[in-house]
Each structure stands twice: as structure tokens, then as C-alpha cells.
Write a protein of this length. Sequence first.
Length: 256
Amino acid sequence: MPIKLLKNFLLNNKLFVRFYLTTLRKFHLLWVNRERKIYRKIAKALNDKSGLEIGGPSPIFEISGPTPFYKIVKNLDNINFSDKTSWDDNKDGGDFIFNQNKASGRQIITDATNLSAINDNQYEFLLSCHNLEHIANPIKAILEWKRVLKTDSFIVLVLPNKWHTYDINRPFTKIRHLIDDFENNIQETDDTHAQEVIEMFDVHLDSTVTSLKEHIKRTAQNFDNRVMHHHVFDVELIKDVFKYVEIEYIDSEIFD
């Protein structure tokens, strides 16, 4: 079909174009949210188990997501740092609804680095999606997570791929830096990385802000909103962290 004829066809068939674009989006979402091999690898281990999520609920764990753990677990409690976050409203001791067909879990308001409200060896797995990068002292957090887990439990971590986020210009964090943060007992008020986050920020890769000015203001208020990415992770860094805290690293999958 000649280009001019194709152009006229598209202009005169707006309904067809809308249908085509809608269908294309649906296929794209189906592809992005296809069930991943990492889910199939560990789903059996989490089936009908009781666990804890950090910073939920997370669409990636829902029935239509690529790692739909919500549909197979038995119980799930949740941790959020505040009763009102940039992502959701929460109530301490309230219901955590992760699946409409299952009993709600418990909502616990506390920092991910301080799970003192939870006894040792309580849960059989832990989920964390796009959360660890927002924590100033990730080793301290993971050691707390490890404490509340039973022996032979699982931690499922989902972390951003910096090549697809506004961290694209930032260097990967080194394990020595995270160890120093842990040994120095860095708190969530820490703003060590704020200047780097501002200077290397790519506004075109963050749909939640419209300008650099807005990003700077948001970063300055990080203790209240916890939006800033303190650290930039890759698979090798996670392996190093798990080795340091003596947790067995099993596998990973990089989502496209």
C-alpha cells in the first residue's frame, strides 16, 4: 500500500487505529506481565506458607503480575514505614488486603530496619518489591528480615534495573559502602546520596515528577516520603550482601 494511501486510510479509519493501539497495548502488558521462570522455580516452596511483605501491596505479586505469589501463599502480613506513604494509606494493626479471596494479613507500621514488634522465627518467607533501594542501611534491614524468618525460609527481592530508571546515570553501589553504612549504624535520616541523586537524575525516566525543581524538593523531604534511592543495586551487589549476612543466594532473573 503506497504511503499516501496508507495515511489517508489511517485518517479515515480512526476507530481501526484506536482498536489497533489498544490491542497492541494489551499484548505488550501480557508480555511484560508473563509468568517468569524465577516464580516457577520457587512457587512450590512458598505455596500455602505464611509470610511477611515489606512495603506492600505490590502489583508484581498480584494474580496478573509476572510473579503472582499472592495467589499461592496462605497468610501475609505487611510492613510500611508510615500510616500514609506516597503509594498507599495504612493503619497500624489494620487489615492488609493482598488477595480478595483470602483472609487479610496484619498491617504493621515501622521502619524496615526495626522489626522489634515481631518475634524471632515467625515467618516462612519474606517479599520485598522495589523497596531495598529506598533504605539507607540495607544490611541492617536484611539482618532484621533474617531474624524474623524461620530456618530454611525464603527472601524474594525485586529491585529496579538502573538501565530502565532515573538512576541510569548513577554508578552501582559497592559492598564496602554498604558495610560501612552498617558498621556506622546509618539511620533513615541519612542524606549522603542526596546530591548525587539530584545531579545525576534523569527527569525523563521518572513519571512521578514533572521537573528537576520538583525532584529537588522531594529529595529534601526524603525522611518523610522515602522516595529517594539511596543505593543502586545489581546482581553482583546482592550476591555480596547475601554472602555478608550469611544468606544463601539461589537465583535471579533480569526482567526486560
